[in-house]
Design a protein around this ligand. Structure first.
Ligand code: ELE
Length: 199
């Protein structure tokens, strides 16, 4: 979460494009890549991106143990989930893989802390109340650190990153559908530079 200010959330339909997209991101300064398991070829995309020098590739949209196992077999170095369940948390802990589950309420955070977690994705960040909601949650849970994701843009990222409980943000805006590598590289550079401005 501290490697780069933005984790690109990737929904890649064509595995043939995986490698050059990952190269454009890493070269632009975003080396931590979340490949969502939302497409048919997601595991293939993950494997191909893992071949890119300097990339740390994880799986997103992991909602159960079966998907966790598949992602790990494909080489995922971290796991992101939209929500927090005990079975998935225990399985991730048993596998020893960094795990970032989504939380949106005080109860979610408390269940996570009971399981030994302190790092969470705040999801869906904008729809769940935006920065005012995160500020309200971060106050009592002062040890918790967050990666807000969902509805965040290049324009709104700096104010999220300025909050001390926010280590990074996640977002799909860095790889818009149909963007070419040059455009992705430009968006990645812009996102990587947010670290210098806001943190
Ligand atoms: O796929 C998952 O596991 C999710 O939890 C959802 C994604 O993190 C958000 O959909 C990204 O949000 P946008 O940047 O608004 O597109």
């Amino acid at each position: 979460m501290r490697t780069a200010p933005v984790i690109p959330v990737l929904v890649i339909e064509d595995a043939g494009e995986a490698r050059e997209i990952a190269e454009a991101l890493v070269e632009g300064g975003l080396s931590v890549l979340e490949v969502t398991l939302r497409t048919t070829h997601a595991l293939d995309v993950l494997r191909r991106m893992n071949l890119v020098r300097g990339a740390t590739v994880g799986a997103g949209t992991v909602t159960n143990k079966a998907q966790l196992d598949e992602a790990l077999s494909a080489g995922a170095e971290f796991i992101v989930s939209p929500g927090l369940t005990e079975p998935l948390t225990l399985a991730a802990q048993k596998a020893g893989v960094p795990f970032l589950p989504g939380v949106a309420t005080a109860g979610d955070i408390m269940r996570g802390m009971d399981l030994g977690l302190e790092h969470f994705k705040f999801f869906p960040a904008t729809a769940a109340g935006g920065l005012p909601a995160l500020k309200a949650l971060a106050a009592p849970f002062f040890a918790a650190k967050f990666c807000p994701t969902g509805g965040i843009t290049a324009a709104s990222a700096p104010e999220w990153l300025a909050h001390p409980a926010v280590l990074c943000v996640g977002g799909s805006w860095i790889v818009p559908p149909g963007a070419d590598p040059a455009e992705i590289n430009r968006l990645a550079r812009e996102a990587a530079a947010l670290g210098g401005q806001a943190r």
